[in-house]
Design a protein around this ligand. Structure first.
Ligand code: MG
Length: 247
């Protein structure tokens, strides 16, 4: 029986892209205010700096990756010494602009009637800074107390531990195929792929369910078949023979 629904944050509950773009636009304005050398720097270049530093820092805290990206951006205009102030400016703007997608509040209201709700993220998005204060029974953040990031199995083990129920009672919901579907399943959780953009489903594993919007989630979860271990127990109860085995 499903008792607990745990959500990824960025691009699942939170519309991150406009917030990051708005934060970087504020950074660019400030760079231009501080030096004429920033006149030719573009927003596209600032956006590309994340990708340029992400590869070698992928396991680092997201805050650290963003600071490295900002350092690279400031270097474009000789503003290397301004990192602390500019990072503060970026994060203030980024959090002020980070808000839930419109389908999130009604879905949380509906789901809370039946399930315990959790929030578990690799990212910078603290629930209380992104319009989701008080919405969850528990919150799990990578890098707090040394917790490794998704897709490390330790991350999902921490979710199970804080949820306080067996893994098969938990469904993880998120937009990342690798982090939110494949890796939770390896750790014994159920998973629902949120595919807002209608991407083709990767080959291989079949998620427990796929939804295009969180509005579908209450019905999809109530229709979800029992976890495989439940099914085996059920089949054993029905006369000791596995119904899915060849007769
Ligand atoms: Mg995500």
């Amino acid at each position: 029986m499903l008792t607990t629904v745990v959500f990824d944050a960025d691009e699942t509950l939170l519309d991150l892209r406009p917030a990051v773009t708005g934060g970087l636009a504020a950074v660019l304005d400030e760079m231009r205010r501080r030096t004429p050398r920033a006149a030719d720097v573009t927003l596209a270049e600032l956006e590309s700096d994340w990708g340029a530093v992400f590869g070698e820092l992928s396991a680092a805290p997201v805050m650290e990756i963003r600071r490295a990206a900002l350092a690279r951006s400031l270097g474009r205009a000789g503003l290397d010494d301004h990192l602390d102030e500019i990072a503060d400016l970026f994060f203030a703007r980024r959090f002020a602009l980070t808000r839930p997608f419109p389908d999130v509040p009604p879905a949380l209201v509906a789901l809370r009637r039946r399930y315990t709700l959790g929030f578990a993220t690799n990212g910078n998005s603290r629930a209380e800074r992104c319009g989701l204060a008080g919405e969850f029974a528990f919150e799990v953040y990578a890098h707090e107390n040394g917790l490794p990031k998704k897709p490390a199995p330790e991350f999902y083990a921490a979710v199970v531990e804080v949820a306080g129920v067996p893994a098969e009672q938990i469904v993880y919901v998120g937009d990342s195929w690798e982090h939110d579907v494949v890796a939770p399943r390896r750790s014994g959780l159920r998973s629902v792929w949120l595919n807002r953009r209608g991407l083709p489903r990767p080959a291989g594993l079949v998620p427990d369910a796929e939804v295009a919007t969180l509005a579908e989630l209450p019905v999809v979860l109530s229709d979800l078949p029992a976890a495989s271990s439940d099914r085996i127990d059920l089949c054993v109860d029905l006369g000791g023979r596995r119904r899915d085995s060849p007769a």
